[in-house]
Design a protein around this ligand. Structure first.
Ligand code: PEP
Ligand code: MN
Length: 387
């Protein structure tokens, strides 16, 4: 049976919420006082679920690895004070057992665990026959199938209340974000599984307090069902993720400024100006696709020419020129460099694939077998070409 049919809609979760889900609370449960104080300061504000990590997956050894089972009642009591369900991260069957015993209401599977199908399967076994909602964060690496695989494993264990949480993807390069959001991945997840509740965790995407509000707003604009945000009564002294936790007051300010658009996809809204603009977009996209197809036809002709003259498909000098030139063209029309670069990298990659596939009569020829060197005089001829 398809995953979609196994999962309950958000309306069936019976959560204390208005239009959106807000999971708030510290990265880690540290002490009873910290939990009660955080809950007391959160009490006047909108909180749907209280979070707190009991077992912390740390990148390096020697840092705070969580308070362990003794913290479970502190989390539960803080949730009772707020009158909301509580959630904690489980990475092992042992965590599942202890959480169930302590009356934790909702479990979440962290990004590192989602990356490991063995670990997810063990948790699924531990959940067999148990009725508890589970939130599943995306894996560390930008692999949608791995995320879907984890959702499937938990659904196959009989869990029907499942939420996905987008917390960004780990990449090697230094970046504005601790974890790159790569929005197209959760957007594709939503396209495939429209009924699956989807939250965004801007705290772990940002890694610092600075851009949390912007990312939270982006998630609302992409019609996420809610947010998971790390909130601590004293972020400065937090034992984990101190840089990214908000004070309850900062959290309240974020919620106040958050615009919450509802789905604008309803047919009744697609009237008047919006309908006209959409028609215009449809026509432009038709032109864009037709032009891209035409460009690839020319690419194929150039491929035939290269084959005939035994010239390498990849021409580094020409490619360098094309990329720089197109970026300049884009900038003159106010298109950001990153966008134009990404677009032309994809176009170039597809062009090389087309030329590679048609470069032998006998079948596909990978780029590996292609002489990527510069071919003297012929390179100059090609520099005037179109691929
Ligand atoms: C967390 O929520 O504190 C956490 C460890 O998250 P992630 O799995 O997204 O890194
Ligand atoms: Mn954290």
């Amino acid at each position: 049976m398809g995953l979609q049919s196994l999962i309950d809609r958000l309306s069936e979760w019976d959560l204390p919420m208005k239009d959106k889900v807000f999971v708030a609370g510290p990265c880690s449960v540290e002490s009873e006082d910290q939990m009660l104080e955080t809950a007391a300061q959160l009490a006047p504000h909108e909180v749907t679920i209280l979070r707190g990590g009991i077992w912390k997956p740390r990148t390096r050894p020697g840092s705070f690895e969580g308070i362990g089972v003794q913290g479970l009642p502190w989390l539960k009591n803080a949730g009772n004070l707020l009158g909301v369900p509580v959630t904690t991260e489980v990475a092992k069957p042992l965590h599942v057992e202890a959480s169930l015993k302590a009356g934790i209401d909702i479990l979440w599977i962290g990004a590192r665990t989602t990356t490991d199908p063995f670990a997810v399967q063990e948790i699924a076994h531990a959940l067999q026959g148990v009725d508890i909602p589970v939130m599943i964060k995306n894996p560390m690496n930008p692999d949608l199938e791995l995320w879907v695989g984890a959702l499937e494993r938990i659904a196959q264990a009989g869990i029907t209340k499942i939420m996905a949480v987008h917390r960004g993807f780990s990449i090697y390069r230094e970046n504005l974000y601790r974890n790159q959001p790569i929005w197209r991945i959760p957007i594709e997840l939503r396209r495939r599984l429209p009924g699956l509740p989807l939250l965004c965790d801007p705290s772990h995407i940002c890694g610092t307090r600075k851009n949390i509000r912007l990312v939270a707003q982006e998630a609302m604009d992409y019609l996420f069902d809610g947010l998971m945000i790390e909130v601590h009564c004293s972020p400065r002294t937090a034992l984990s993720d101190a840089q990214q936790q908000l004070t309850p007051r900062q959290y309240a300010d974020l919620l106040k400024k958050l615009q919450r658009p509802s789905s604008n996809d309803h047919a009744e809204l697609a009237v008047g100006i919006l309908a006209d603009l959409r028609k215009e977009i449809d026509a432009i996209d038709d032109d864009v696709i037709a032009l891209l197809a035409k460009r690839m036809e020319v690419v194929a002709q150039i491929g035939a020419w290269k084959r005939h003259h035994n010239v390498s498909l990849f021409q580094p000098t020409r490619w360098d020129h094309v990329l720089h030139n197109r970026i300049q063209m884009g900038l003159r029309r106010h298109l950001p460099e990153r966008f134009v670069r990404g677009l032309f990298e994809q176009i170039h990659e597809h062009a090389l694939n087309i030329q590679g596939e048609r470069s032998t009569n006998g079948g596909p020829r990978g780029l590996k077998s292609i002489n990527a060197g510069v071919v003297g005089k012929q390179q100059l001829v090609l520099s005037g070409g179109r691929s």
